[in-house]
Write a protein that binds this ligand. Structure first.
Ligand SMILES: [Zn+2]
Length: 120
């Protein structure tokens, strides 16, 4: 399990753990839409198994966004007197926006690892 998390955060191919899934230099922050490699440079594993393969990863991305919003709220909450201050909304929105490319990469990585072939 820990091994899988490490591979996901290292952007490693689910098949050989040597090639990279995303082309971007940094897994965590980058400007613009993340670019994926079509095939693994090491084992030639195709990442997008079929068209629309990553459609479901949007739900993973959504769940990540909700979790981050809650964490941001809990942290931001310490700095405000009111239980819910309207000024928290731009803070939460800003954090989600900042993390959006990370969320997209992370959700696709989780998706790939969720449906990878564990038989080999
Ligand atoms: Zn590979």
């Amino acid at each position: 399990m820990l091994h899988t998390i490490k591979n996901i955060l290292s952007n490693n191919c689910p098949n050989c753990h040597k090639g990279k899934v995303f082309k971007d230099k940094s897994f965590f922050f980058s400007i613009g839409f993340p670019k994926m490699n079509e095939n693994c440079s090491h084992c030639n594993n195709k990442f997008e198994k079929e068209p629309g393969y990553f459609f479901g990863s949007m739900f993973v991305s959504y769940a990540l966004g909700v979790a981050e919003a809650i964490i941001t709220y809990v942290i931001a909450h310490q700095f405000f007197e009111e239980n819910f201050d309207l000024r928290m909304i731009p803070i939460i929105a800003g954090v989600i926006l900042l993390l959006s490319s990370f969320n997209l990469r992370l959700s696709r990585m989780i998706w790939i690892y969720m449906f990878k072939d564990y038989s080999n």
